[in-house]
Design a protein around this ligand. Structure first.
Ligand code: NI
Length: 169
């Protein structure tokens, strides 16, 4: 099932999500639906709050279907190590049509549970490191625009308000 993506302005995106405690068939189905919804929206990462489900759960595939082994499920993820710096453009499916340069760590280690509840650690660099940070932020109610200047953030918010008024958001 493809879920519609929740857009900026919905309070679910700025709320701290609740931990995943049950690892059952229902969770497996939700994860499948999240991958499907992410691909349908042409994204490489999706957090559960972005489909209106306030759970500590995210999916990532920085290869966008090219490498099935690159598909990652992060339940209850925690960033345990960061290293270096990278600058690059970042966007979010919940803030469509906007992109901004965001400085992030270059190398990031995440600790999370997979869809069966097994804990694992994974280190990613470049785009994967960015995805780990971006998606983990989502679960803590934080959007990438909190990492850009107040000036740029206000400009985006103003444009979105206009789009909301025009019925285009
Ligand atoms: Ni996002």
């Amino acid at each position: 099932m493809i879920y519609p993506i929740v857009k900026y302005g919905d309070p679910v995106l700025e709320k701290v999500a609740t931990p995943v405690t049950v690892f059952d068939d229902e969770l497996e189905k939700l994860v499948e639906d999240m991958f499907e919804s992410m691909y349908a929206a042409h994204g490489v990462g999706l957090a559960a709050p972005q489909i209106g489900i306030s759970k500590h759960l995210a999916v990532i595939d920085v290869t966008f279907k090219e490498d099935p082994s690159a598909k990652l499920v992060l339940a209850n993820p925690q960033i345990i190590h960061t290293e270096g710096r990278q600058r690059g453009n970042e966007g979010c499916l919940s803030i469509p049509e906007f992109r901004e340069e965001v400085t992030r760590a270059k190398k990031v280690t995440v600790r999370a549970q997979d869809v069966t509840g097994r804990w694992f650690e994974k280190t990613g660099e470049d785009l994967l490191a960015r995805a780990f940070l971006h998606e983990t932020d989502h679960l803590n109610g934080k959007l990438y625009i909190s990492h850009i200047s107040a000036l740029k953030r206000d400009l985006i918010k103003r444009k979105i308000r206009k789009m909301v008024k025009a019925g285009e958001w």
